[in-house]
Design a protein around this ligand. Structure first.
Ligand SMILES: Cc1cc2nc3c(=O)[nH]c(=O)nc-3n(C[C@H](O)[C@H](O)[C@H](O)COP(=O)(O)OP(=O)(O)OC[C@H]3O[C@@H](n4cnc5c(N)ncnc54)[C@H](O)[C@@H]3O)c2cc1C
Length: 216
């Protein structure tokens, strides 16, 4: 798309068609797309009431760079991941796997842990993740979650000199049933969120779909 102008550090505070108040300035826009992620309070909070949207916090880690000393190859996921993604729901023995994990390591279920590893262009391993929901979400990260992830990683990946360089968390919003949530809370306004853990993958297609539906 040509002619896009980015304005960073410019939070939208209010909109009354066509007047947008953002970053202490006023703009004119016939149409406002509200894609504010997990901030469901600032703009049109009433649009989200009753939708059942919930928040999810994920803890992740990154190792120091291995340079050329270690190449992972393809992204790896361990057995815990079979419990996490719906794509595996049709596997006939999934119930038995879930039962065994719940019996032997209930903390994996408690913190929604499954373990994946990938390597970026700098040679760093990106490791994750956990899933804590709504009332369980705290600003503090839990070292025991990181330990669970690293211990499980070592059961299927022999990584030399594992040195954690960064730890962080992120929060996304998910819809209980649908892949995304769209609402029209006011004239000219479309709110889009709720893409959950697939937003990086879905967002370009979703943006096209939403724009097409607005344009009729
Ligand atoms: C740790 C982690 C790992 C993930 N891994 C994957 C993955 O492997 N694959 C995948 O597909 N997805 C992944 N996701 C999910 C993906 O990141 C989210 O689904 C996606 O970022 C949601 O996009 P969004 O635009 O709705 O919200 P966000 O990405 O949260 O963006 C919202 C933006 O709006 C801005 N904003 C808020 N209020 C205002 C305002 N009033 N005015 C202006 N700007 C505002 C915020 O600053 C923010 O930049 C992951 C998420 C996390 C947290």
């Amino acid at each position: 798309m040509a002619g896009v102008q980015f304005e960073f550090g410019t939070a939208v505070a209010a909109y009354e068609r066509p007047r947008v108040v953002a970053g202490g300035r006023t703009w004119a826009a016939d149409r406002l797309l509200v894609c504010t992620g997990d901030d469901l309070q600032t703009l049109y909070p009433e649009a989200y009431v009753g939708a059942g949207l919930f928040r999810c916090k994920l803890q992740m880690m990154r190792t120091a760079s291995y340079g050329g000393r270690f190449r992972l190859g393809p992204m790896l996921a361990g057995g815990l991941t079979l419990r996490h993604y719906k794509n595996f729901q049709s596997c006939p023995t999934l119930a038995a796997v879930k039962e065994r994990v719940a019996r032997q390591n209930p903390e994996f279920d408690h913190y929604g842990v499954h373990v994946m590893a990938s390597q970026n262009g700098q040679g760093e391993l990106v490791l994750g993740d956990s899933h804590e929901y709504d009332a369980d979400i705290e600003p503090f990260d839990k070292p025991e979650i990181d330990a669970l992830i690293l211990d499980y990683l070592r059961t299927f990946l022999n990584v030399p000199e594992l040195q954690i360089a960064a730890r962080w968390h992120g929060i996304y919003v998910k819809h209980p049933r649908d892949a995304y949530f769209v609402a029209q809370p006011a004239p000219g306004v479309t709110a889009v969120t709720g893409v959950g853990g697939a937003g990086m993958t879905l967002s370009f297609g979703l943006a096209e779909h939403v724009l097409r539906s607005i344009e009729g």
